[in-house]
Write a protein that binds this ligand. Structure first.
Ligand SMILES: NC(=O)c1ccc[n+]([C@@H]2O[C@H](COP(=O)([O-])OP(=O)(O)OC[C@H]3O[C@@H](n4cnc5c(N)ncnc54)[C@H](O)[C@@H]3O)[C@@H](O)[C@H]2O)c1
Length: 354
């Protein structure tokens, strides 16, 4: 099986590529533009494997994409390439429309024309899987969980662009018959996550004894999934999912942001205790909330757990400890990333007014 993965150099994409090469017999072609979000070092382990190939291409470039489909003849496409950070979407929404909407449409057009050119046997086997987010459903109050039938109600430029891409993917199935599946997943965390996201930022600041800035009162609730469980979920959908269907993927680990940061502080205090016996919880500060900050996301994963063999294997406690330990052991990696592209400063207060 030859799988074309877009965004395979990012946080989740690289975990998926590592999983595909180490746990399956699939060959992988990673198509990635290597934006600021591409994770250095995350694919070192697969780079010399004969089943791994890399193509530096922007998904908005239909001509180059067409050439890559012709060159590699994929059986499966897994589409992860995206602008993915909500705060950056508040500062610069156009980039999200460009990649997440226009890029997805370009990829769909190329995939459709490739699919139509296949023999009927290969056409029957081809699948296009689109990786999306639970944020398309909007915000929940204290009760209930998103199911696959929940209406879309995106609130940020990021979630609006992902919602739009989901609609286009579904439309390519109903209008043109392209065999697609979609997954809407909750917040991921794990090794190699870019330091601008909540969990890695808090771990790094905690290691350095810097302030731990939490938006608002820290009451916003997210469901957390360990990134390797997400990779396994995608693989299960590819193999056991039904064409045309959407699958919600969650970790069953709902936590307020304050709870998550307190847990990080406690793990760090345990692994790197302070000689003066201070707790990192003292570093927590509350800062101006994100504009339009969704209160709560929760995922009902009944469908994927019922229709495939998938279930989350990592608990939040074990996954978080693994993640914190990895960041402690890989200080050089995050120092390099911070020096290169992101210095830990505040994002997401909106475009700078001229
Ligand atoms: N991170 C999460 O918690 C989460 C949760 C659910 C769904 N998702 C979705 O999963 C996917 C991957 O998320 P992530 O956190 O790994 O993202 P990421 O930002 O870490 O990585 C995105 C990757 O896409 C590449 N890319 C960006 N624009 C591109 C373009 N125009 N052409 C080609 N490549 C491009 C980047 O270079 C990078 O390697 C996204 O579609 C995201 O919406 C993420």
């Amino acid at each position: 099986m030859k799988i074309l993965v877009t965004g395979g150099s990012g946080f989740i994409g690289s975990a998926l590529v590592r999983f595909l090469i180490s746990e399956t017999n699939a060959s992988v072609v990673n198509v990635d533009a290597l934006t600021y979000a591409a994770v250095p070092g995350a694919l070192d382990i697969v780079e010399n494997d004969s089943r791994y190939k890399f193509e530096k291409v922007n998904i908005c470039d239909g001509i180059s994409l067409g050439a890559i489909f012709a060159k590699h003849s994929p059986d499966i496409v897994i589409h992860l390439a995206a602008e993915s950070h909500v705060d950056r979407s508040i500062d610069n929404p156009a980039a999200f429309v460009e990649t997440n909407v226009m890029g997805t449409c370009t990829l769909l057009e190329v995939a459709l024309s490739y699919w139509r050119s296949l023999s009927s046997n290969s056409r029957d086997k081809f699948k296009f899987h689109h990786v999306s987010t639970d944020e398309v459903y909007g915000s929940l109050d204290s009760y209930g969980a998103f199911t696959e039938d929940t209406s879309y109600n995106p609130n940020s430029p990021y979630s609006a662009s992902k919602a739009s891409s989901d609609h286009f993917v579904r439309a390519w199935n109903t209008t043109y018959g392209l065999p697609i599946t979609i997954s809407n997943c909750s917040n991921n965390y794990g090794i190699y996550q870019f330091p601008e996201k909540l969990i890695p930022l808090m771990i790094i600041n905690g290691i350095l004894w810097k302030p731990l800035p939490i938006y608002g009162k820290g009451e916003n609730i997210r469901d957390w999934l360990y990134v390797d469980d997400h990779a396994r979920a995608i693989w299960s959908i590819i193999n056991q999912g039904t064409i045309g269907e959407t699958y919600n993927v969650g970790g069953g680990a709902e936590m307020s942001n304050l709870t998550v940061v307190n847990m990080i502080c406690d793990i760090l205090d345990d692994l790197l205790p302070d000689p003066k016996n201070r707790s990192r919880r003292e570093l927590i500060t509350f800062v101006k909330d994100r504009p339009g900050h969704d209160f709560r996301y929760a995922i009902d994963s009944t469908k994927i757990c019922g229709q495939t063999e998938w279930f989350p294997q990592e608990s939040f406690q074990t996954g978080l400890r693994k993640t914190v330990s990895w960041f402690i052991e890989n200080e050089k990696w995050w120092q390099l990333v911070q020096e290169g592209t992101y210095d830990g400063g505040r994002l997401g207060l909106g475009p700078k007014l001229k």
